[in-house]
Design a protein around this ligand. Sequence first.
Ligand code: NAP
Length: 280
Amino acid sequence: MRYLVTGAAGQLGAAFSRRLGTRGDDLVALTRRELDLTDSAAVVAAVVAARPDTILNCAAYNAVDQAEDDASGALAVNAFAVHDLARAAAGVGATLVHYSTDFVFDGMATSPYREDDPTNPRSVYGQSKLVGEWLALEAPRSYVLRVESLFGGPATRSSIDRIIATLRSGEPTRVFIDRVVSPSYVEDVIDATLALLSLDAPGGIYHCVNSGSTTWHGLAEVIARLLGTQGALEAVRMDDVPMRAPRPRYCALSNARLGALGVEMPGWQDALARHIRSRD
Ligand SMILES: NC(=O)c1ccc[n+]([C@@H]2O[C@H](COP(=O)([O-])OP(=O)(O)OC[C@H]3O[C@@H](n4cnc5c(N)ncnc54)[C@H](OP(=O)(O)O)[C@@H]3O)[C@@H](O)[C@H]2O)c1
């Protein structure tokens, strides 16, 4: 199996490159500097040159607030580049794996979202990712995995890593008490992706988060316990924090579709424990 990883310097892209490299897989991993996905001709040329069996598109425009004033920038990476990748994948007979987000939902649900629940993105970022899903699914063989509050991997740029750092510093840690999430540990996302590919599972959209859900405050409490710190948590409400882009308030995702294939996602507490151990 030959893989092409795009966005190879990001959280997921770097972790994927490390995992596939360790396994000794045939891998072409390209950072933004090596392949700017907004350059259509370069995308086609890179895919033709790499001749991958599978394209793992780990690149994204993830600046959620900035996207509100930069729709064209967000759409260029999260949507139009995905269209180019889907066409290029079709050209070489590759499978396209693309990652999306809970932000395609409005967060008004009261039970975990399933893949076929109606989408209703409230932010430009969410809208650009939704269009990207549609375009990824135009590839003859494609998977769209919706992940959420991603953490882990060689980079330490996630919100969870920020909470870990603040708790370790002893500073008060401000966390939402009314925003519900199902976080995704990159190592578990990688396992699920590789399982879907090796099962030759039906294409389409899959939710891919650690099992269960909690508030950011609940997450921070477990992190503090795992770290053995007494760091003070300051509970804040979403309405009290001005944010340029709206965030979905309730965004637990159901992994039922993965589960039906026998791909079980570990619980979020277990994932946090493994992540913290890996950083020690
Ligand atoms: N992080 C989350 O909490 C989260 C939540 C839900 C969904 N997701 C989705 O999960 C996937 C992986 O996210 P992540 O957290 O690994 O993202 P990340 O750490 O922000 O990495 C994204 C990578 O994409 C690269 N990139 C941006 N524009 C590009 C372009 N024009 N051409 C090529 N590469 C470009 C970035 O390059 P630079 O390094 O140069 O910036 C970065 O390395 C994405 O699809 C994201 O939307 C993430």
